[in-house]
Design a protein around this ligand. Sequence first.
Ligand code: GSH
Length: 217
Amino acid sequence: MANTTLTISSKNYSSWSLRGWLLTRFSGLPFEEIVMPIDDPAARAELLLLSPSILVPCLSHDGIKIWDTLAIAEYLNEVRPKAALLPEDIRARAHCRSICGEMHSGFASLRSALPMNLKAHFPDFKVWARAQSDIDRIVTIWNECLEQYGGPFLFGERTAADAMYAPVVTRFVTYDVKLEPHIAEYGQRIMALPDMQQWLADAQQEADEIDELDVEF
Ligand SMILES: N[C@@H](CCC(=O)N[C@@H](CS)C(=O)NCC(=O)O)C(=O)O
């Protein structure tokens, strides 16, 4: 097996896979993808060997296994410091960790009501109130970052935060969420990243839709 692998699942549905994959691409560490079809019991057994939590993403590097997206971000920042996945300035770094943590543990309503589904498009989707509160909070976070650090990414240069929020950007596109122009422009910037374009193209190639996965995943 390659020295560095990243185990992921569906590119269409798996938002955590997208985050882990973008983080690894942003780090510049060459890696091989292992894509697990996680609705298949045999694949789940194999996944248990690759990822102790049976969750993806799971990074394997130099014989070290790292699972859970935040742990992957921190590890990659340590082994690839020049990629600056976390900002250099201690205040900005603390801010970046805070908003990454907020994404990691929060926004449950947004995640369950607007699951990631890159192939789908729901024009004029009706967003219910709790999911709207999550959206409002995310827009506040992005506004503060773009204003404070001057863009074009959340902390000026591209960081882990942009990877953590990328599946929110795709949800806003999928569910036709109306946004102020400069917030929409930030989303377009993320969607236009070559790494993002590659992921989106791969997602389009994925086999048929899986009905039961049209929920939080
Ligand atoms: N807290 C974890 C969440 C990972 C997670 O929930 N992954 C989902 C895919 S997006 C998964 O592996 N689900 C497997 C399953 O439900 O069988 C992280 O940050 O990596």
